[in-house]
Design a protein around this ligand. Sequence first.
Ligand code: PRP
Ligand code: URA
Length: 206
Amino acid sequence: MVKIVNHPLIEHKLTQLRRKTTNTRNFRANLNELAGLLAYEISRDLPLKEVEIETPVSDTISNELSQDLVLVPILRAGLGMIEGIASLIPDARVGHIGIARNEGTLKPEPYYEKLPVGFENAIIMVLDPMLATGGSASAAIRSLKDQGARIIKLVCIVGAPEGVQKIENDHPDVEIFLAALDKRLDENGYIVPGLGDAGDRLFGTK
Ligand code: PRP
Ligand code: URA
């Protein structure tokens, strides 16, 4: 259930994210643009309904999206993906899940959650640039499912094999979208080659 989305623009923008000299401003811009490019692929199978409309010329039957969409960024770094996706799907509502990975144990520590009313009937896109051990994404998906969510897609920029394996084990029904599947995790749980600490680079906190 993992899909690596290939496109020359995705590869180009990912290179800007990976480069350690990319500053906060350019990191933020490239992350949002990448998320927008991924959105095109993620939304490929969204359900449609027929509606009757009038064009300036005649009546016709045309298609519109038929199901609510909810974006759920995992704080903080997932926030950097919202604008890019919402620019293509402006009616999407947004929930937030705050999870910090404990730097010693690498275990996820949830600290905040606010979800839109009726989210359980929507198609939910969980957003996080980094899928490392997979602990944070798996915990977010578990929380959504425990509250009734049924259709969940996980959208990340860079994944490690360990994280993909964890999501496939814990949530085999969840489709995973990545811009790149990297080699491995290092001894600190960072993705190699990766792009460093996405939250710190996005917000300029280090
Ligand atoms: C990072 C990243 C993911 C998580 C990935 O967030 O944005 O949420 O680590 O690691 P995992 O797959 O091993 O759980 P972090 O906890 O550093 O928080 P931040 O976004 O606030 O910097
Ligand atoms: N979180 C990040 O921000 N980067 C990694 O490489 C792993 C976890």
